[in-house]
Design a protein around this ligand. Structure first.
Ligand code: ATP
Ligand code: MG
Length: 174
C-alpha cells in the first residue's frame, strides 16, 4: 500500500485544513522543535485506528482536537483523511473524525465502517498504526533494546500477518 496524501483539520496543532502529499520512497519530516513533526506521524497512526493515549501523547481521545491558543478558540472536531493506493492499484480513502462528546467515527471510500474494519484493512496491507514503516522519535533505540518476543511482533507486522492474529483473537472470543 502506498500512502499518497494526508489531510488534517483541527488535529492537534494543525488547526487549519492542511494537505501533505507523500511521494513514493522514504519520507523524512524535518523542522524546528514544536512545529508538529510528531503530530503528523500521530495523525497517520490515529486515522489507522490508534487509540492508545501513550502513542498519541494524550490523556484522553478528545485531546487530539485543537485545544485553542491565546489568540484562537478551540475546535469541536478533528478529522484526518488518508488517501492511499492498495497493491492492486485501487484508490483507498480513509477518514477518521472525532467530535467533542460524540466519540470518533470512520469512513472508507465514503462508507461508514467500524474501527475493526479499518484495523483489518491496514493489517492485511502489512501496514497500520504499529507498522515499522512509521519510524517515530526513539524507535531505533527501541528496536535495539527490544526483547525477542517484542522483536517477533515487529517482524510479524512487517510481514503482514498481524491481521491473521486479529482474526484469530476475534474467532476465539466468539
Ligand atoms: P520536536 O522537534 O520537539 O520533537 P515536533 O515537531 O515533533 O517537535 P510536535 O510534538 O509534533 O512537535 O508538536 C508539538 C506542538 O503541538 C506543541 O506546540 C503543542 O502545543 C501542539 N499541540 C499538541 N496537541 C495539541 C492540541 N490538542 N491543540 C493545540 N496544539 C496542540
Ligand atoms: Mg517530535
Amino acid at each position: 500500500m502506498l500512502i499518497k496524501q494526508l489531510r488534517l483539520s483541527g488535529f492537534k496543532s494543525f488547526v487549519e485544513p492542511s494537505t501533505l502529499r507523500i511521494e513514493p520512497g522514504l519520507t523524512g519530516v524535518v523542522g524546528p522543535n514544536g512545529c508538529g513533526k510528531s503530530n503528523l506521524l500521530e495523525a497517520i497512526r490515529w486515522v489507522m485506528g490508534e487509540n492508545s493515549p501513550k502513542s498519541m501523547r494524550s490523556g484522553g481521545m478528545e485531546d487530539v482536537i485543537f485545544a485553542g491558543t491565546a489568540s484562537r478558540p478551540p475546535r469541536d472536531f478533528a478529522e484526518v483523511v488518508l488517501s492511499a493506493e492498495d497493491d492492486d492499484g485501487e484508490e483507498l480513502e480513509v477518514v477518521r473524525r472525532i467530535e467533542r462528546g460524540a466519540g470518533s467515527a470512520y469512513r472508507v471510500n465514503g462508507r461508514d465502517v467500524r474501527a475493526k474494519d479499518v484495523a483489518l484493512t491496514f493489517a492485511d496491507a502489512a501496514t497500520g498504526a504499529h507498522s515499522p514503516a512509521l519510524v517515530s522519535q526513539g524507535k531505533i533505540a527501541q528496536v535495539i533494546a527490544a526483547k525477542p518476543t517484542e522483536r517477533r511482533m515487529m517482524l510479524e507486522e512487517a510481514a503482514g500477518i498481524a491481521g491473521l492474529h486479529v482474526r484469530r483473537r476475534d474467532a476465539e472470543s466468539k
